[in-house]
Design a protein around this ligand. Structure first.
Ligand SMILES: [Zn+2]
Length: 340
């Protein structure tokens, strides 16, 4: 049937089809767009920034790989990345702990020197609790890392990367704003700048071999941060708790749990979540209060339980992750190459 244009227009108006057209145009331009993909400004995203849920794995899939957990202070890695370190070690990594400052301004001790000693001992205990093989204490002054020549710190990292053949680095994110502690951002930027090509610090190559980093996990203690990886740590949360318990001098360790239990008992009260013994109170105080309910840190960022919740995970940590970027040309060749 031939449609008479005049009739079609008339019919269109009669049924409202054309009348509806302007309303369609007026709808928000985001309709049908997956907004999750645009949580960062599109121009600021990298092509490999898809959100990944890194689940716990069976066996030793990372056997043969080496990680470095790098922190300015004895309590940073345990609080923000203790679960990831425990997970990767459990899954086959070998690892080292590198601490850039001497923590001489943080924690308890009758003198500054005694505080340093206490922090040094706590750091060694943290490494042991997380299954790390050795601590490298670089011993710059606490709260004063912005007074150093950052190239010196970078060169020390490059040497350690080559010496220990480090594949994976876990560190503070070098590019997040609003962290007022120079130890955090100077350490992070020195890590970020630790290029290990054959022309970088060539004199080192008389004693160590060239070696490059493959993967980086960056955490922050304050937002905002690019997040592209959620790491499941449910099976490793108790190891993370034990690592935090080692930080008696400045961190959340010590007898906070039993002190709270005793204070409540004097008022005729108890918190069942703390358990019945002093030991359970100290453990559960870290697990359920410091890492979940309330702590100075998690008033600023989501707790490990809150991070996991939207993804159906009981406990999780969040990171900006950077790995090797696959070659687009390789992919194109695989899909399009034909026999000669
Ligand atoms: Zn710190």
């Amino acid at each position: 049937m031939k449609i008479n244009r005049k009739d079609f227009l008339k019919t269109g108006f009669a049924t409202g089809a054309l009348a509806a057209a302007p309303a369609v145009q007026a709808q928000p331009r985001t309709q049908g767009v997956d907004l999750e993909k645009y949580r960062f400004h599109p121009l600021h995203r990298f092509s490999n920034d898809e959100m990944v849920i890194e689940r716990e794995q069976q066996g030793k899939p990372h056997a043969g790989k080496v990680l470095a957990a790098i922190q300015p202070h004895s309590d940073d890695i345990p609080i923000f990345a203790g679960g990831l370190v425990a997970k990767l070690i459990h899954e086959g990594y070998r690892g080292y702990l590198i601490r850039t400052t001497n923590d001489d301004s943080a924690g308890s001790g009758r003198t500054r020197a005694e505080t340093m000693l206490n922090d040094e001992r706590d750091t060694a205990a943290v490494a042991k609790a997380l299954g790390l093989e050795k601590v490298y204490d670089l011993s710059y002054r606490n709260h004063n890392l912005d007074e150093i020549n950052i190239k010196e710190l970078t060169a020390r990292f490059v040497f350690l990367i080559r010496l220990l053949k480090i594949d994976t680095i876990i560190s503070y994110d070098p590019w997040v704003p609003y962290d007022n502690n120079p130890d955090h951002y100077i350490t992070a930027r020195a890590v970020e700048a630790a290029y290990t090509g054959r022309w970088d610090y060539p004199e080192q190559l008389d004693v160590v071999q060239p070696h490059g980093i493959s993967e980086r996990y960056y955490f922050t203690r304050r937002g905002p941060q690019f997040i592209n990886r959620i790491v499941e740590i449910t099976s490793h949360i108790d190891t993370k708790v034990r690592a935090n318990m080692c930080n008696v001098t400045q961190g959340p360790g010590g007898h906070n749990g039993r002190r709270l239990k005793q204070r409540l008992a004097q008022q005729g009260l108890k918190l069942p979540i703390l358990g019945d013994t002093d030991e359970s109170a100290d453990f559960n105080y870290i697990k359920h209060i410091v890492l979940d309910l309330d702590s100075e840190v998690h008033r600023l960022t989501p707790s490990d339980r809150e991070v996991g919740k939207p993804f159906g995970l009981e406990w999780a940590e969040r990171y900006y992750y950077r790995g090797r970027i696959p070659s687009k040309l390789d992919g194109y060749i695989k899909q399009n190459a034909v026999r000669l």
